[in-house]
Design a protein around this ligand. Structure first.
Ligand SMILES: C[S@@+](CC[C@H](N)C(=O)[O-])C[C@H]1O[C@@H](n2cnc3c(N)ncnc32)[C@H](O)[C@@H]1O
Length: 290
């Protein structure tokens, strides 16, 4: 962390070798700091809240010898932590789209002696096939879709952790899912609400704006299911009643399977098909609740 700004403050802090000790409390606190570039511009990037990251790392169960891919490696601190966990027989590749952060983190990791961590400066939308298959993939940036490349780059049985941008709320709200690959799909093994900065580059952007929550328009991406008609109202109410009957579970209380969109013809009975782009999310009631 060389230049940062705390949330809710406009003060930009410059960290140097001489004043490092004054910043350690802020840098090691369980809070988010926005990264600032060499011109003083606040970047669409931050460190992730350490407490949240540690909860995800517990779920990722990193072991010596594993190969890990981090998408959105920022200042490189998490890549370093994961590099320690997988040890010299394993390795971590971090992908960072902001050139300045990638270059700086590469220098810092080298200075820290982290030889098993490499940082590449690229758009993470295609993953990093050169190191695949990975035992673990961690996105620390919110994406609306899971790019198709990741269906091939996680080994079967491996884990993928990522914040899916929340369709209804847009903004920074995400459903953070930890998913296990099983054949051609991923099954959620943990789900938690979270806030993450948004994916930039080829796959950047918000949730598709088709779903208009202010009027009675029922849509799937690219398809108007019904608009302002009694049929549309009845479809909406049937789904709403089913959700109420389940006890109005939040998204973290539902089962999620993530598949390539092209592989899913229609929603399996009793589920909600959420087509994102390359990927489709299939939400359903947890077995215990059904
Ligand atoms: C919340 S920061 C996470 C930084 C670090 N991993 C951490 O946990 O502190 C998200 C990072 O993702 C990067 N990012 C955004 N879109 C990206 C993309 N398409 N490919 C690679 N990195 C991306 C941002 O530049 C930012 O540095």
């Amino acid at each position: 962390m060389h230049r940062y700004k705390l949330l809710g403050s406009d003060t930009i802090h410059e960290v140097t070798a001489a004043n490092l000790s004054e910043h350690l409390d802020a840098i090691y606190a369980n809070q988010v700091q926005r990264y600032v570039d060499g011109t003083g511009t606040v970047l669409p990037a931050s460190n992730s809240e350490p407490g949240f990251v540690m909860r995800v790392l517990e779920r990722l169960d990193l072991r010596p010898g594993q190969r890990v891919l981090e998408v959105g490696s920022g200042g490189g601190w998490l890549a370093a932590v994961m590099g320690k966990a997988v040890g010299p027989t394993g390795g971590v590749t971090g992908i960072e789209i902001i050139e300045e952060l990638a270059t700086q983190s590469r220098r810092d990791l080298r200075a820290a002696g982290m030889e098993n961590v490499q940082i590449v400066s690229a758009d993470g939308a295609k993953g990093w096939p050169a190191g695949a298959p990975y035992d673990r993939v961690m996105f620390t940036v919110g994406t609306y879709d899971l790019p198709i490349a990741f269906f091939d780059q996680v080994r079967d049985g491996g884990l993928l952790a990522m914040p899916f941008q929340n369709r209804a709320k847009r903004g920074f709200a995400c459903d953070f899912l930890v998913l296990r690959r099983s054949g051609d799909r991923f099954h959620a093994v943990a789900s938690m609400p979270a806030f993450f900065v948004k994916f930039q580059g080829e796959k950047g952007g918000d949730a598709d704006p088709i779903v208009d929550l202010a009027s009675l328009a029922l849509c799937r991406p690219g398809e108007l299911v019904g608009y302002g008609s009694p049929a549309a109202f009845e479809r909406f109410m049937a789904g709403y009643r089913a959700w109420c009957d389940l006890g109005m579970p939040p998204s973290a209380g539902l089962d999620v399977v993530v598949c390539p969109n092209a592989d899913v013809a229609r929603a399996p009975p009793g589920s909600w098909l959420d087509r994102r782009g390359d990927a489709a999310l299939i939400w359903s009631a947890k077995q215990a609740m059904a």
